[in-house]
Design a protein around this ligand. Structure first.
Ligand SMILES: NC(=O)c1ccc[n+]([C@@H]2O[C@H](COP(=O)([O-])OP(=O)(O)OC[C@H]3O[C@@H](n4cnc5c(N)ncnc54)[C@H](O)[C@@H]3O)[C@@H](O)[C@H]2O)c1
Length: 351
């Protein structure tokens, strides 16, 4: 019903947004499932150069299957596409989809190089199409709750952020290393939560199993306003851990984005109302721990809903190409630091 009120010329004749997914491997098939389920979208087709994968996913949802995404774009003219091919192919597929007139959601990271990311942004702007980057962690309900509480100044001044995103080795990811692939989630998250851009980074990286790229990162970031951050990221841990800690004057938030839990560990010495606490903070001591109740939902569903809503309302997509490029810039700064064993100024990593 929302779509009947907005931007009708972009809509299918029965008022559904025609969507397609290009690349339906382990992530893309979830996009197909969610689009099939959303109100207001019609999953018309999927493309994967593996014929079996394309036809299996298409059959699940009564969509058409293509092995050539160019044929899909030419035959189906989708209003919007999700692109979930390997990262090194994002640029070419995105440029072709934009040229075909589709709005585009690209799985994170935006691309594998700054130049490629910038070209995608420029093309979307020139053609007046929406471009969104699938930084899915932002849409996790526990992260949304954390963002809301930080924006309400519940923590006072933020001292430090620490993110740990570790787990088993994914043999299918060959084109980029763990920093560009996995750390980009947390690098985007740090910018999203604080509204700040890091000034400089330092990283140690290791390549233990991967044949071409690093598979372990220990990183440090320096933000303005007395904020620093650490990152522990790898594909070498036999258990999957996704943890975000945000430490400030009034205590510490901890988010587990796998279980969608958010906890607050109070600094009992902060006490009183927030403003008096900020003026008088003299110590840190253990206070109560609270696990906030939360309405859980699937982050991908919230992400894709936000994408189609931005198209329907003709509003900016919630995670812009520029934001995707900023996360990629930080990831590449980390890789550069790890390779050169030098502190890297983020401003020196340009498109
Ligand atoms: N947001 C997240 O949490 C998340 C999670 C996993 C992956 N990803 C991103 O999604 C993308 C895909 O990762 P994946 O893990 O699903 O990889 P995958 O290898 O499982 O899937 C990629 C699919 O793309 C297909 N493909 C390759 N070239 C193609 C082409 N030219 N045309 C059509 N299809 C083509 C492959 O056959 C494969 O099925 C990557 O950019 C990755 O970073 C994001």
């Amino acid at each position: 019903m929302f779509y009947e009120r907005h931007n009708l010329r972009n809509m299918h004749n029965n008022n559904l947004l025609k969507v397609a997914v290009i690349g339906v491997g382990s992530m893309g098939r979830n996009h197909a499932r969610v689009y099939n389920d959303l109100d207001g979208t019609h999953l018309v087709a999927v493309a994967d150069n593996d014929m079996q994968i394309a036809s299996d996913v298409a059959a699940d949802y009564g969509a058409s299957a293509y092995t050539s995404y160019q044929d899909l774009l030419a035959s189906e003219s989708p209003d919007a596409v999700s692109i979930a091919v390997p990262t090194a192919l994002h640029e070419q597929v995105a440029l072709d989809a934009l040229e075909a007139g589709s709005h585009v959601l690209i799985e994170k990271p935006i691309a594998s190089t700054m130049e490629a990311g910038q070209r995608i942004i420029d093309r979307a702007r020139r053609l007046g199409r929406k471009l969104m980057i699938g930084h899915i962690v932002r849409f996790n309900p526990a992260i949304q709750e954390l963002k809301r509480r930080l924006a309400d100044h519940e923590l006072g001044k933020i001292f430090q952020i620490a993110c740990r995103r570790v787990g088993p080795f994914p043999p299918r990811i060959r084109d980029v290393g763990v920093v560009v692939d996995l750390a980009s989630h947390d690098l985007d998250l740090m910018r999203y939560l604080t509204g700040l851009d890091p000034i400089r980074v330092y990283a140690e990286i290791e390549q233990q199993i991967h044949t071409e790229h690093e598979d372990l990162l220990l990183g440090l970031l320096r933000f303005p306003a007395g904020l620093s951050a650490s990152l522990e990221i790898n594909w070498l841990t036999p258990v999957k851990v996704r943890e975000v800690l945000v430490l400030g004057e009034r205590g510490m938030f901890r988010v587990d984005d796998l279980t969608q839990d958010i906890y607050f560990y109070e600094n009992a010495s902060a006490g009183g109302d927030i403003w008096s606490a900020l003026r008088t903070l003299k110590g840190v001591s253990e206070g109560t721990m609270t696990r906030y109740p939360l309405q859980r939902y699937e982050p991908l569903r919230a992400e894709l809903q936000a994408f189609v809503d931005s198209i329907a309302a003709d509003e900016p997509a919630p995670v812009s190409g520029d934001e995707g490029l900023a996360a990629l810039r930080l990831a590449l700064a980390m890789v550069k630091s790890g390779q050169t064993h030098q502190v890297v100024e983020v401003a020196d990593v340009a498109a």
